[in-house]
Write a protein that binds this ligand. Sequence first.
Ligand SMILES: [Zn+2]
Length: 74
Amino acid sequence: MTARPIGVEVACDGPTGRDDCPHSAAIPALVTSRTARQVRADGRADGWTTRRAPGRLLDLCPNCRTPTPAPAAG
Ligand SMILES: [Zn+2]
């Protein structure tokens, strides 16, 4: 019987940190990355960033960290 260690998953908090990521993105962590800190280090290599928010950190995927032009209302 093989036990597979479950690491942490760092998911994108979305462009505003209040809404879900439109891409439902999560950092593809290396198998050696077991802590949130290690996973975030993996993410930085892929363009993820963290933003400091009161009481927590927001994780932003490469799509959310760059402001996208607002779609025309209509
Ligand atoms: Zn995102």
